[in-house]
Design a protein around this ligand. Structure first.
Ligand code: FAD
Ligand code: 2HG
Ligand code: ZN
Length: 472
């Protein structure tokens, strides 16, 4: 079967875009984190939406399932095939055209394989900000960002990928092309198909193009690092900035000392400029459209108020763009430091801000009691209530061995606490295969059944990324 199937794909795509040799497929079969590896019968690299549609039709006829793939930077194994060797990976790197920037409408129309950073750069060339921003922006793609409803560091001001999306083009499971490339900010015409496909992780349709919102580039941005003693004062600080800076507040990221210690171990140049043993370091960014003086003065005034209210014990303001970038790099490098250190257990969770203090103090305590020596690498987008509550094994213990034995009980502990606090077990990274088993319990029977009903309705043959998000 495979030979004639592969030959038929080669009738659609030039054979150099159909990878079947192990050595060629290998880079696409393991994710960025090296947490998931699978086996595909082929990796296909379509160059246009109609090629995607033809391949989907062919797969449907041959009952071959498709794993859509962007930059393969996702953390939940969504873009990695299973181990059977019959699936195909459909990677979008060739579909990387920015079709249009509409200045009056403040929108950008682009193909799914555009690298996020390239989109930001092209928007900036036209004086616009494309606000989606995350550590993987040099390699993740818009299709992957939309399929995971990616978050990142600007969510508290501009929202996540879904909030930035106005229109989509999607190839359905039957190989039809849905042209939903509207660039409207209002469109109440029945069920919102766009919002259904966004965040569906390639299980309901294949995103081939999108229309995204743009914003004016800020005139000036100021970044500061501050030290706080506890989560209660960190939240009070957030509320102070929300009240005083309102929409000028574009970043509010929290890092624990343990996270920054790990950073410094692997990247000494990323040392925290704030000295001392600080429980929490917070990176705050203000972006202004008025003037540099205006935003700088506002930042200083708010920091003075924060000192007076004893919400912060130390602060350093970046004196120029390069220092501001260094602060951001310090924050972004925690993920890289964890990767250097070895396998770890990631928990990408949201907790309502009113529960955050009790979540962290109780979970930290339970974790240290039950798993002595573990390192709690807790950092994240605190402005969104989004923690990356990651657990690294005790020093000196082989990470793979530790995780094999402890992954399940540690996950149960963290997720149990998430449920107690009415939070989410996936803030921004998605479900993929990593959280497939936990989703039913988390969503509840009714929501989970509705999700399965949707999956069956949109993909009755179960050929689009099966056994990711929900199994039917
Ligand atoms: P992939 O990993 O290739 O795919 C992700 C999912 O989308 C898979 O289920 C795949 O099947 C599906 N998919 C991909 N393309 C399509 C398509 N065209 N149509 C339909 N389905 C598709 N994530 C955040 O949200 N916030 C962060 O701050 C953040 N920081 C990160 C930092 C680092 C260093 C790294 C490595 C990752 C980070 N991530 C973050 C996770 C990851 O970058 C995001 O999930 C990103 O959106 C994935 O994009 P991708 O192109 O790599 O998608
Ligand atoms: C971030 O916010 C990413 O830096 C990665 O979402 C989080 O490494 C992680 O767990
Ligand atoms: Zn994140």
């Amino acid at each position: 079967m495979t030979n004639s199937f592969i030959n038929e794909i080669k009738n659609i795509l030039d054979q150099k875009y159909v990878l079947i040799e192990e050595v060629d497929k290998a880079p696409y079969q393991t994710d960025w984190r090296k947490r998931f590896t699978g086996k595909a019968q082929a990796v296909v690299l379509p160059g246009a939406s109609d090629e995607v549609a033809q391949i989907v039709k062919l797969c449907a006829a041959n009952n071959v399932s498709i794993v859509p793939q962007g930059g393969h930077t996702g953390f939940c194994g969504g873009a990695t095939p299973d181990n059977i060797g019959n699936q195909i990976i459909m990677n979008f790197k060739r579909m990387n055209q920015i079709r249009e920037i509409d200045v009056a409408n403040q929108t950008i129309t682009l193909e799914a394989g555009c690298i996020l950073q390239a989109v930001q750069e092209e928007a900036a060339n036209y004086g616009f900000l494309f606000p989606l921003s995350l550590g993987a922006e040099g390699s993740c793609m818009i299709g992957g960002n939309l399929a995971t409803n990616a978050g990142g560091t600007n969510v508290l001001r501009y929202g996540n990928a879904r909030d930035l999306c106005l229109g989509l083009e999607v190839v359905t499971a039957s190989g039809d092309i849905w042209d939903g490339m509207k660039d409207l900010r209002k469109d109440n015409t029945g069920y919102d198909l766009r919002d259904l496909f966004v965040g569906s992780e390639g299980t309901l349709g294949i995103i081939t193009a999108a229309v995204m919102k743009l914003y004016p580039l800020p005139i000036s941005q100021w970044t500061t690092l501050v030290a706080t003693d506890n989560i209660a004062s960190t939240i009070a600080l957030l509320n102070l900035f929300q009240k005083r800076a309102t929409s000028l507040l574009t970043g509010f990221e929290m890092m624990t000392q343990e996270s920054l210690d790990l950073n410094e171990k692997h990247f000494p140049q990323m040392a925290n400029p704030l000295q001392g043993n600080l429980p929490y370091t917070v990176l705050i960014e203000l972006s202004d459209h008025e003037s540099e003086t205006h935003v700088r003065q506002l930042l200083e005034t708010i920091l003075e108020e924060a000192f007076e209210a004893q919400l912060i014990s130390d602060a350093v303001i970046a004196s120029n763009l390069s220092q501001a970038n260094t602060f951001w790099q310090m924050r972004e490098h925690i993920t890289l430091a964890q990767a250097e250190e070895g396998a770890n257990l990631k928990h990408d969770i949201t907790i309502p801000l009113s529960f955050l203090d009790s979540f962290i103090s109780e979970t930290d305590q339970l974790m240290r009691e039950r798993f002595p020596g573990v390192r709690i690498i807790n950092f994240g987008h605190l402005g969104d209530g989004n923690l990356h509550y990651n657990i690294a094994p005790p020093l000196g213990i082989d990470p793979r061995f530790f995780n094999e034995t402890n992954e399940k009980p540690i996950r149960e502990l963290v997720y149990g606490q998430v449920e107690r606090c009415k939070g989410s077990i996936s803030a921004e990274h998605g479900v993929g295969q990593l959280k497939l088993d936990g989703l039913r319990a988390h969503k509840g029977e009714v929501a989970h059944e509705l999700m399965k009903t949707l999956k069956r309705a949109l993909d009755p043959q179960n050929i689009l990324n099966p056994n990711k998000v929900v199994s039917i």
